[in-house]
Design a protein around this ligand. Structure first.
Ligand SMILES: *Cc1c(COP(=O)(O)O)cnc(C)c1O
Length: 393
């Protein structure tokens, strides 16, 4: 199986068939498992072997299929499936860190990740230093001998700033830190995070992995000792495990994730090119465009520009008019969905940030984040163009 390409693994890896030989993966919608004898129950609690389950919070056959399939796609030794992306991020941090540890993190983070690092971890005696993720000198200056974790989003939300995974991993490893990457925007399809030196890769499966706006999920990937050691122990006892039903929706989603994400990327590239010189836009941010300041790094790390772009009309008023004139694009806040979604971060997802912080991160009042879906790229571009006309009128 390790010889298979990602697309083959996405369809077959991790499959566990019941005695009925079903083609489509079964949902084992069960919390518990029956032991044939008291002795077998005792033995199971002493040492759970492969494919021996105790309780769905610890593991379940459908959840195990999802974990094995996503681990195979990512090229990771193992994976633990979590109830949401945030259960994965907070769980990985809590399971790894202890009072007195130091963390260095990029500043441009998903709002809930920022909350966990800034307000939760510090309550338990963990010190956190934030840096501008693209500035390697800041990473070098921030790491210390007691730095236990470096944490960053490989491509940040919403302004699509890339962090050089290989360079930051080297800086972190020089101090013995564990390198944790929230890799949502890169997606498992384009991820090279482990190969570039990350130790732990985290996804919100709610995004491209589900890709259809149905399920909340998350996953932590890494070395087997780490995943089945501190991560599984922490997650199974604190309750952030994925439900078997969610695992089933995600197992089936993994089958076509590659096709979806590549189609979404092709459309994103077309839309970015179509809007790049639009007179009514002050900025078009897309890693696949030559004009992106880190175009070369993004092409090296992901091989393409991905499924997300951001545009700026210069003011909140114009952006709101544009959003209200859209006919296909939905005003919402998920991403990676089959349905194209437009999000104004300054007034929604990043509303709570102080204005100075928003300005520092480039989250201007007119910024609109675009998650490109599976509709026809020409239709999507035409919808944006007509809405830009309405907004400017
Ligand atoms: C959505 C997201 C999360 C959180 O995932 P949930 O599944 O919503 O809990 C974390 N990090 C990034 C970068 C995200 O986009």
């Amino acid at each position: 199986m390790s010889e298979w390409n990602k697309r083959t693994k996405a369809v077959h890896a991790g499959t566990r068939r019941s005695q009925w030989g079903e083609v489509s993966e079964a949902i084992f919608l069960t919390q518990g498992f029956v032991y044939p004898t008291a002795e077998a129950a005792q033995a199971r609690f002493q040492n759970t072997g492969d494919d021996e389950f105790i309780y769905a919070r610890y593991g379940n056959p459908t959840t195990a299929m999802f974990e094995d399939r996503i681990a195979a796609i990512e090229g990771a030794e193992d994976a633990f499936a979590c109830a949401s992306g945030m259960a994965a991020v907070s769980g990985a941090l809590m399971a790894t860190l202890k009072a007195g540890d130091h963390v260095v993190s990029s500043r441009a983070l998903f709002g809930s990740c920022l909350y966990v690092l800034e307000e939760v971890m510090t309550r338990y005696g963990v010190e956190v230093t934030f840096v501008d993720g693209a500035d390697l000198d800041q990473w070098r200056a921030a790491v210390r001998d007691d730095t236990a974790v470096v944490f960053f989003e490989s491509l940040s939300n919403p302004v699509l700033e890339a962090v050089d995974i290989q360079a930051v991993a080297e800086i972190g490893h020089a101090k013995g830190a564990l390198v944790m990457v929230d890799n949502v925007f890169a997606t498992p399809v384009y991820s090279r995070a482990l190969e570039l030196g990350a130790d732990v890769v985290i996804y919100s499966a709610t995004k491209h992995i589900d890709g259809q706006g149905r399920s909340l999920g998350g996953v932590i990937l890494g070395k087997r000792d780490y995943i089945r050691g501190p991560i599984e122990t922490y997650m199974k006892h604190t309750g952030g495990s994925m439900s078997p039903f969610t695992a089933w929706t995600l197992v089936k989603s993994l089958e076509h994730m590659d096709l979806r994400v590549r189609a979404q990327t092709d459309s994103a590239a077309q839309i970015a090119a179509g809007l790049e010189n639009h007179p009514n836009l002050t900025r078009v941010i897309y890693p696949g465009l030559q004009s992106h300041p880190q175009h070369a790094l993004c092409m090296d790390q992901m091989g393409c520009g991905g499924t997300m772009l951001a545009i700026d009309t210069g003011s909140q008023e114009t952006s709101f008019k544009l959003l209200n004139a859209l006919e296909i694009w939905l005003i919402s806040n998920n991403l990676g969905d089959a349905k194209s979604i437009a999000t104004p971060p300054a007034s929604t997802t990043h509303q709570r940030l102080p204005d100075a912080q928003k300005a520092h991160l480039g989250i201007t009042p007119g910024l609109i984040r675009l998650s490109v879906g599976l509709e026809d790229a020409g239709d999507l571009l035409a919808d944006l163009t007509q809405a830009l006309d309405v907004a400017q009128a």
